[in-house]
Ligand binder design. Structure first.
Ligand code: BEZ
Length: 325
């Protein structure tokens, strides 16, 4: 190659390298779940896939276990652009966008597979459209954890036995209203505080999913395991709207594709494992009681009365759920 050609080729190479550097991003993704939790692993797979797909131009550093703060704080950071991405409970989102409270309608989902189909409906997907305006974030898609169960210290034979119990809940309104309707004393508490609170008797009962009941051995500190399957527990993959607006179409498409894939894999894992975790808990020989909607009596009607006023999507989501039964 002649010297002039060599210089030109070098200049082109340098220019394209600079251009790719200008678009390179080191994204930060926060979550509240511990490092070995399915959501955290899913976030890491998303980061690896995005990095692969962009030839290493984009990377994602995952901050689990509330390293960046609780979900309310992370949502604020997303709004200002201080945080790029999060995998967050829909519970937290519903504190700002009450329409999302509809997902917590007791027994909206018949089982875990039905929960996954509800999240895939057009109605559920369309709800994400309101997030940029209401919360300053872009909702890429849904993930989830397992259905909710109840563990209590002491015997529970009817919902009346839950009355007055200090019962740990994830801090958000739809579940608060559910346990208030039962007559329990719902006690909002973030996930990392739950183990000690149950073990040392600071709470009498907890609302929890099968995965964590099994893996964190919550069942060892309770006398009754109520398999109630009373609520689904969706999660949502979010990108800061401020960060999103500065991304190229190509980068947006790559994030969309790989985050959606990671979220779908999370859902698949819960569908495959939720019942098996419960079976393992059952197999421990602990006092295991299976109940359905009738156990909660008029609490379900009371919840409905509150949330049909608070969420404009409750009717539409019920119709969507019925259509994918
Ligand atoms: C909870 O608050 O119970 C919870 C939060 C995130 C993932 C799973 C459970």
């Amino acid at each position: 190659m002649k010297l002039t050609n060599l210089v030109t080729a070098g200049a082109v190479l340098a220019a394209s390298f600079t251009a790719s550097l200008a678009q390179a991003n080191e994204f930060r993704l926060g979550l509240i779940t511990p490092p070995n939790h399915i959501w955290t692993k899913g976030a890491e797979s998303f980061g690896a896939a995005l990095s692969d797909a962009t030839g290493g131009a984009h990377s994602v550093t995952v901050f689990p276990a509330r390293q960046l703060g609780n979900e309310a704080q992370m949502l604020q950071q997303l709004q200002t652009g201080a945080l790029d991405m999060a995998f967050m409970t829909v519970a937290e989102v519903s504190n700002r966008a009450p329409d999302f409270g509809a997902f917590y309608a007791p027994y909206l989902a018949n089982d875990i597979a039905h929960a996954s189909r509800i999240l895939a409906t057009d109605t559920a997907t369309a709800m994400l459209d309101q997030l940029p305006a209401k919360t300053g974030v872009v909702g890429i898609g849904y993930g989830m954890a397992g259905l909710r169960q109840i563990l209590a210290r002491g015997d529970v034979k009817s919902a009346a036995d839950l009355a007055g119990l200090k019962l740990r809940i994830t801090p958000f309104d739809p579940i608060l209203d559910f346990y208030n309707a039962i007559g329990a004393a719902p006690t909002p508490m973030p996930l990392p505080a739950v183990y000690d609170a149950l073990a040392n008797g600071q709470v009498d009962a907890i609302d929890m999913d099968a995965e964590l009941i099994w893996k964190l051995k919550y069942y060892e500190h309770s006398d009754t395991i109520l398999q109630s399957n009373h609520m689904m527990f969706p999660m949502v993959g979010l990108v800061s709207a401020r960060v999103w607006k500065d991304l190229s179409d190509e980068d947006r498409a790559a994030i969309d594709t790989h985050m959606k894939a990671a979220l779908a894999a999370i859902i698949t894992e819960y569908v495959e494992k939720d019942v098996a975790w419960l079976d393992q808990v059952k197999g421990t020989g602990e006092n295991y009681v299976e109940v359905g909607p009738e156990f909660f009596g008029d609490a379900l009607g009371k919840w409905d009365a509150i949330w049909s006023a608070k969420s404009s999507q409750l009717g539409a989501l019920r119709d969507a759920a019925a259509a994918v039964k």
